[in-house]
Design a protein around this ligand. Sequence first.
Ligand code: FES
Ligand SMILES: [Fe+2]
Length: 367
Amino acid sequence: MAIAMTPTLPGSDYCSPAIFDLDCERILHRQWFYAGRAERLGHVGDRLLVDVGGESILIVRDADGELHAHYNVCRHRGSQLCDASGSGFGAAITCPYHAWSYSLDGRLVATPRVGKDELDRDQFPLRSVAVEDWQGFLFVNLDDDPPSVRDWIADQDPYALAYERLEMDRLRIGHRSSCEVAANWKILIENYAECLHCPQVHPELVNIIPLHKQGDVIDWTRTDGGTWLAEGADSFSLDGTAPLPVISTMTPQDANSYQASGLYPNLFLDITGTCVMATQLTPMGPDHTHVEIEYLFDADAVAADDFDPSAVVDFSELVLSQDNEVCERTQRGVSSRSFDHGYFAEKDSLCVEFTERYLADRGPAPV
Ligand code: FES
Ligand SMILES: [Fe+2]
C-alpha cells in the first residue's frame, strides 16, 4: 500500500534571507511575542529589551505598575535609546545621543538645548506597541489591533488556558540560561513538536517520560493534554526527583505529569511538578536563533537558604544541548542544494499543524 507522507517546508524556507524577512513581517511583527517574565520589571525603571524580528522593543513598568512597551528608537534623530535589559535606570528614558528624555509611558519630557517654543513635545512621544501580562509571562505585539493574549492562546492550544489554575504568576525565576543555536526558528519549533527523535537523542529523558520511548508526544488516554512522568517522578532530572517542593497549586496528578505548550511563534512552556520552564526563542536570522530559558519555581522555594535547582537545571540543559545539536545538524542538511523538502511521519502530526499555521500566516513565498 502506498503511504502518503506529508512534505515539510522546502529548504529555502529555512535558509533564505528573503523568507526570513517575510517571517518577520508577516509573523513575528503580527503575533504576540514572548518577551520575558514580569518579575524582571519588579521596580520602576527596570527595563526589558526584546528583539522582535529585528525590531528592538523596550518594556518598562511605571510607578503605577502599568506596563509600557515602546520601539527603542528616539524621536529626535533615531538613535537607539537603550542597550540592554537591567535595573536601576530611574523613571526616565534618556537618549544617549542628545539627551532627550521620555517618561516611562513614552511622553517626551525634556529636550536639552532645544527650546520648548521650537517643537511641540506632545507630537513626539515614543512609538508604543501592545504589551500584556498572562500568568506572569509578558508578551508584546507590534500589530495595530491584536486580539487579547488569552484569545490568541485559546486559538492555538486547547489546553494552555487550563494552566491558569496553576497561578503561574506566583512563581519566581530560580535560574536563567541562554544559548545561541545555528538553526532556523522553525526547525526548533518542529523539533519541539515531535518526539520521534527522543529515544535516539534523549536517552535520559525517555527514562522519566515513558510515553516518549515509543516516539509519541500525545497521550491519547488522557484528556488534558498531559503525559505521565515515570512512577514517583515529579521533576525533570536524571532520576525524576529533585530537592524541591512540588508547586503549591498542583494536584498529585499535575505533580506526576509533564505538561507542555508550544505558543507559536516563540515560547515553549514545559511544566513538571517542581518547575515550569519558559523557553523563549528569538529568531535573529535565517540560521540563527537566540534561546533563553527561565526556570520558575515556587516563590518560597526560591527564597529558601538551601534552594538548589541544579538537578533540574543540569538535566534540562543536557536535553537542550541534545536538541540544539540535532537542530544545527538539520540546518546544515536542509541548506544543501540536494534538499528539496523532507517528510513528516504520522507521529509528527503537531509539526504538520505548525507548518499549516505557518504557511497560512506567512502566505506564498516570493517567486
Ligand atoms: S537622537 Fe536621541 S536625543 Fe538626539
Ligand atoms: Fe528533543
